[in-house]
Design a protein around this ligand. Structure first.
Ligand SMILES: Cc1ncc(COP(=O)(O)O)c(C=O)c1O
Length: 409
């Protein structure tokens, strides 16, 4: 995938892109030809491929990254968790993380983040643990791995489960291992902004086969029938388990409060096509991201970003940029300038408990999560996708330079 050099006036830096490789078209034709759209063999194949990439035993595909978070959390109900129990999450994330905790029937307990890593501050987690805590849900924000060693150690000490929100962390490594396989379960988004995409979609990864069985049941209304391959739903196959239970049809027995969030075959076909070019996409995005990160110190002390720590590899999701206290300009001025120069920006989310009105009912007050709130007011992120190259990365750096010359007094 090499990109032709562009004239300066043609340079635009969009936030995201999608690839539809020939493989996807071929599979979609086959799916349409055979009229099997709902979850089937291609979803299973995609699950196997994704599990391989994350180096875990099982992957269970669902309709979105939010559903992946919700279902992973809902598994806790099979292990004694009660509605209203607590799950610890970083205060700063895409709002889906906090929403998922509530939708799974738990109360989110927020912990502030570190400004340098954007991730949950490991020194503040223990103080948030109570008798009702059941799980920790760290987020690998912007592909930067959360401090999993201290998180797993704390969880083991208190008997808590750990679910990694790896929505933005495709390709991230922590001590040489892919994130999403470092704890009880990992939850990925496959929405179009992410490296492997299915258009809309999500997937839960785990090394625990029992969790995978529960996840398959949860995504299909909580039904008792949770085989990887349901012979009953593949027309005219005989299922010997069907009436095994006192004559009750296991496909219509519902063991737990479930959801309806299966992935369909067309989405899996997009995912399988993307998985074929995964390494290529990852390499381009990594090259783009590192090009900017390595040159970013020139903007010190006015702008900050993240850096790769020893032993980790940042998943190349996007370039976060934080306007620092020393700056004499605002985030709005920066974002408006970049947008006018053809560089799309997104804000760097918000402190869920204190800057997202939907969480107001939890009663938190502005000032409780100073780092998350600072980023909520001063952060943006910019794309590094695989249809961009070093020319665009250089353009981002030059544009930031010119902005500082103009706006920093
Ligand atoms: C950290 C985080 N968690 C969860 C999600 C939810 O994913 P989706 O949009 O696929 O529901 C996202 C979305 O990108 C995210 O950034």
């Amino acid at each position: 995938m090499s990109l032709p050099a562009k004239k300066r006036k043609d340079l635009i830096v969009t936030f995201g892109t999608i690839s539809i490789p020939a493989k996807t078209k071929e599979l979609i034709n086959d799916i349409l030809e055979n009229k099997r759209i709902s979850s089937g063999k291609y979803v299973r194949r995609f699950e196997d491929r994704f599990a391989e990439l994350v180096r875990v035993k099982e992957a269970v595909a669902v309709s979105s990254g939010t559903d992946a978070d919700i279902l992973a959390l809902a598994v806790l109900h099979d292990f004694g968790a009660n509605r209203g129990d607590e799950v610890i999450v970083p205060a700063l994330s895409f709002v889906a993380t906090g929403n998922a905790v509530l939708h799974a029937g738990f109360t989110p307990v927020f912990v502030d983040i570190e400004r340098e890593t954007l991730n949950i501050d490991p020194t503040q987690i223990e103080a948030a643990v109570t008798e009702k805590t059941r799980a920790l849900l760290p987020v690998h924000l912007m592909g930067k791995p959360a401090p999993m060693d201290s998180i797993n150690e704390l969880a083991a000490r208190y008997g808590l489960k750990v679910i990694e929100d790896a929505a933005e962390a495709h390709g991230s490594l922590y001590q040489g291992k892919p994130v999403g396989g470092l704890a009880d379960m990992g939850a990925f988004s496959l929405y179009i902004a992410h490296i492997i995409t299915t258009g809309e979609g999500g997937i839960v990864t785990t090394n625990n086969e029992e969790y995978a069985d529960i996840l398959r049941s949860l995504r299909a209304h909580g039904r008792a029938c949770n085989c990887r391959q349901c012979t009953l739903s593949s027309a005219s196959k005989y299922c010997s388990k069907r009436f095994q239970n006192d004559g009750v049809d296991i496909r219509f027995r519902f063991d737990r409060i479930g959801y309806s969030c299966k992935m369909n075959e067309l989405e899996a076909a997009i995912g399988l096509g993307n998985a074929e070019i995964y390494q290529e996409i990852l390499d381009i995005r990594r090259r783009n991201l590192l090009y900017v990160l390595e040159r970013f110190h020139r903007f010190h002390p006015y702008l900050a970003t993240i850096q790769e720590a020893p032993g980790e590899r940042i998943g190349p999701h996007a370039i976060p940029i934080i306007v620092q206290e020393e700056a004499s300009f605002t985030r709005e001025e920066l974002a408006n300038y970049l947008e006018k120069k053809g560089i799309e920006t997104r804000t760097l989310f918000a402190s869920m408990p204190t800057q997202c009105p939907g969480f107001a009912f939890l009663g938190h007050k502005l000032g409780e999560f100073p780092n998350a709130e600072y980023l909520g007011n001063h952060g943006i992120h910019i794309g590094v996708h695989h249809n961009l190259g070093l020319q665009e990365m250089e353009y981002i750096l030059e544009t930031l330079n010119r902005f500082l010359e103009k706006f920093q007094r």
